[in-house]
Design a protein around this ligand. Structure first.
Ligand code: ASN
Length: 468
């Protein structure tokens, strides 16, 4: 008998699965950005190699460690690789890979500090990084030694707080702080021989989910450890060639040098900031005008809706709104919200509420008599609004619009918190790499001022057109 069943193997040549994997935006030597904006580091290189061998692809989402871990715990991302210590607490929430790198918690003070024991921290401030195992360890000593704590989202900013003398000590994983000190950060480790909570790093997925990804990671890890690739990767960061990755020797740290080496990063960050600003300005204006008009409607409940929406979104801090939409909402609605979209929604809701408030006020400022006059001339409400009230009202509002546009541009910087690689986040990452805080932030500040100046010019030009 002839069989009509075709061989299926070729047809099934399955598509590679694509995973969303979060990481710490700056955690050298494990996760950081090189000068070409590419994510490198021990974690990143092993992940890349494992994905190649195990035939999966992934979209990398760099952000603060805390958010990166949350996204996986909430099931919005598939896995996290971020120099993440395997702890008993985390085992309750995640399924974690075979351990791949040894770690332990160090306590650290400024290089020239006179502090010699934990007891000397009494009454002083200690810097910790939100959501990390090192912070938990620090916290566990707080009562005994009586220090105050202060939290940061980014390791490098946390180190700088100690270097600047705002905090007297910090807790961080040994391999990470060792690398930072080797590369010029002026700190010293106090307990090199007796690290706290010694343990290992692992790659994690949400408990009970993404079994295939975890298995693939473990298999790939085994394979790169067996053939020496793993050692080669680690050596490339910790061996002699490390300057190459930190840019210490190759970077020219004059302003011009910084601009040159980081040109692509600065431009990409600027473009992202402009994209966010322009889109948000347009959409928030439309939404704000709509809400504002509802606010002067003849119908009471429509006015009520407008007032309530303005009240809520003007009242919420932008960052809370961003976290709510990006980290909170997806667990309820069951789909992921991309960071850019979450950022735009945040801006539109917040800036739109402010816009609505001044739009409503502007229309109200147009004399009530004007509406009555228009109506008595026989114009219906809609037409009277369009022909008489709106044009006059808009003219009154122009300065408020310009003001709001500038605020919108500045507010985009807050979205760095959800990992958007806009100008501010770009600055954070560059400083994390080269510790040139003063110059890099000055460059970023000037870039914002230039854009704000251009935006103001453009707005003034439009204002003139509208007024004539
Ligand atoms: N090492 C940290 C932890 O295990 C993670 C990090 O800061 N990237 O909690």
């Amino acid at each position: 008998m002839v069989s009509f069943i075709l061989p299926t193997t070729d047809v099934q040549a399955a598509e590679k699965p694509n995973y969303t994997i979060t990481t710490d935006a700056s955690y050298p030597p494990f996760d950081f950005q090189d000068q070409n904006n590419r994510y490198v580091g021990i974690d990143q290189d092993i992940l890349k190699e494992i994905a190649k061998r195990e035939k999966f692809t992934y979209t990398l989402k760099p952000m603060s460690f805390n958010s990166a871990a949350q996204l996986v715990a909430n099931g919005q991302a598939d896995g996290i690789i971020a120099g993440m210590a395997i702890t008993d607490e985390r085992k309750q929430v995640y399924d974690i890979s075979t351990p791949y790198y040894k770690t332990g918690v160090a306590w650290i003070v400024k290089k020239d500090s006179t502090i010699t024991s934990l007891a000397a921290l009494k009454g002083q401030t200690v810097a910790l990084k939100t959501g990390t195992a090192a912070a938990d360890y620090g916290k566990s000593l707080q009562k005994k030694y009586g220090f105050k704590v202060k939290y940061f989202n980014d390791s490098n900013v946390m180190y700088n707080d100690v270097v600047a003398g705002n905090s007297v000590a910090t807790f961080e994983d040994m391999p990470v702080i060792q690398y930072a000190i080797k590369n010029g950060v002026k700190l010293k480790v106090m307990n090199a021989k007796q690290l706290g909570n010694a343990g290992w790093y692992g790659f994690a997925v949400k408990k009970g989910e993404n079994k295939a990804l975890l298995t693939a990671f473990n298999q790939g890890l085994k394979s790169i450890q067996k053939d020496g690739t793993y050692d080669k990767i680690v050596k490339s960061y910790l061996g002699k060639s490390q300057e190459h990755f930190t840019g210490k020797t190759s970077d020219n740290n004059s302003v011009l040098g910084l601009l040159k080496t980081n040109r692509k990063a600065f431009i990409d960050g600027l473009i992202e900031t402009i994209k966010l600003t322009v889109l948000a300005i347009i959409l928030a204006s439309i939404w704000g005008i709509f809400l504002g008009i509802l606010g002067i409607s003849e119908t009471k409940w429509l006015r009520g809706v407008s007032t309530t929406v303005i009240y809520i979104f003007r009242g919420l801090p932008l960052m809370v709104l961003a976290f709510f939409i990006y980290i909170g909402l997806p667990t309820v609605i069951g789909t992921k919200v991309p960071a850019f979209l979450a950022g735009i929604i945040t801006l539109v809701l917040n800036e739109g509420a402010y816009t609505a408030a001044f739009v409503r006020g502007g229309f109200e400022a147009v004399e009530k008599g004007q509406m009555e006059a228009a109506r008595s001339l026989g114009l219906p409400y809609g037409k009277a609004m369009r022909k008489v009230i709106v044009p006059q009202g808009l003219r009154i509002m122009v300065p408020s619009f310009i003001n709001q546009f500038i605020i919108t541009l500045k507010d985009t910087s807050i979205l760095s918190a959800i990992g958007l690689l806009e100008l501010t986040q770009t600055g954070t990452l560059i400083v994390a790499r080269n510790s040139q805080g003063f110059r890099v932030w000055a460059i970023i500040a000037v870039m914002y001022l230039i854009v704000i100046t251009l935006l103001t010019w453009l707005s003034n030009w439009v204002e003139k057109k509208v007024r004539n």
